[in-house]
Ligand binder design. Structure first.
Ligand code: NAP
Length: 247
């Protein structure tokens, strides 16, 4: 028999699957939400414990809310819900379609899913809602909508946490400030890059401790701090490499 139920929204991501594997090994019953359930069929079958998979249209907020409500009722709620949906695209010619898509998924979809789960947890009387966020939200950046969407997520989560306190309900809201892993992979720097299982492990440890905000992995807290305190004239120019002479 499982010890708890955890829902993961955005279960096709590598990080979601590492979290799912560790939770399943700890005898947690899983409810996974994904754009296309067939895409993670083999993965779900590979898990040791109980697992259910549902489709979720995070880009259609009203439909996503109905899908989450339905699954919540079917499974009699959940102890933990992790929201891990998000897109991050960049094109220097700045087509509107990229910003529109980012806002649809990272802002509209994120808020719809988080608010829906928070209200369900209020009815249930307890729960923990966590979201995989990014240190990109600490300051603006060239992927304007992405950076802004992560700041939105941080503030949205803080608002939910204030609601939980006002209602005097044992609902924990955790903002998981992830480092820029894609950038670390690109730079091939072991200083910033950690194996995905370590990342998942640090996240689950922070969740068990009921943290309100956590930097994962820990060393990214320093990068986040540097990003915040860098003077504008350095922050604004450090992304752009000078053209090589004669190049
Ligand atoms: N990768 C990094 O370096 C990094 C760094 C810091 C923070 N993060 C954050 O981590 C989170 C996940 O990013 P990731 O890099 O793990 O990306 P990812 O592997 O592409 O995961 C994104 C998740 O969002 C879901 N998603 C996107 N569009 C969807 C849609 N229309 N309907 C339903 N689901 C949709 C994807 O599901 P489908 O595949 O089924 O569409 C997937 O599960 C994001 O919030 C991101 O900001 C990532």
């Amino acid at each position: 028999m499982s010890v708890a139920t955890a829902m993961i929204i955005g279960a096709s991501s590598t990080l979601s699957q590492a979290l799912a594997r560790q939770l399943s090994a700890q005898n947690v019953s899983l409810v996974l939400f994904v754009n296309d359930p067939d895409a993670i069929y083999a993965f779900s079958q590979s898990l040791a414990g109980e697992v259910s998979v549902y489709p979720l249209a995070i880009n259609q907020p009203q439909m996503a809310i109905s899908q989450l409500n339905e699954a919540w009722e079917k499974h009699n709620g959940a102890h933990l819900v992790i929201v891990n949906t998000g897109v991050n695209e960049y094109d220097p010619s700045l087509p509107w379609s990229i910003d529109q898509h980012t806002i649809d998924i990272n802002v509209m979809g994120f808020a719809a899913a988080s608010q829906c789960i928070f209200k369900l947890m209020c009815e249930q009387g307890y729960g923990q809602l966590a979201a995989i966020n990014s240190i990109a939200g600490q300051r603006g950046g060239p992927n304007m909508a992405y950076h802004a969407s992560k700041a939105f997520a941080a503030n949205y989560l803080q608002g939910l946490s204030m609601h939980a306190q006002r209602l005097k309900l044992p609902i924990t809201i955790t903002d998981i400030q992830l480092g820029l892993f894609d950038k670390a992979v690109h730079l091939r720097t072991q200083l910033l890059l950690s194996p995905i299982d370590n990342v998942a492990g640090q996240i689950l440890t922070a969740l068990k401790k009921g943290k309100r905000r956590v930097y994962v992995t820990k060393r990214w807290r320093i990068v986040a701090w540097i990003n915040r305190v860098l003077p504008e004239y350095i922050y604004n120019t450090r992304h752009w490499k000078p053209k090589k002479k004669g190049g």
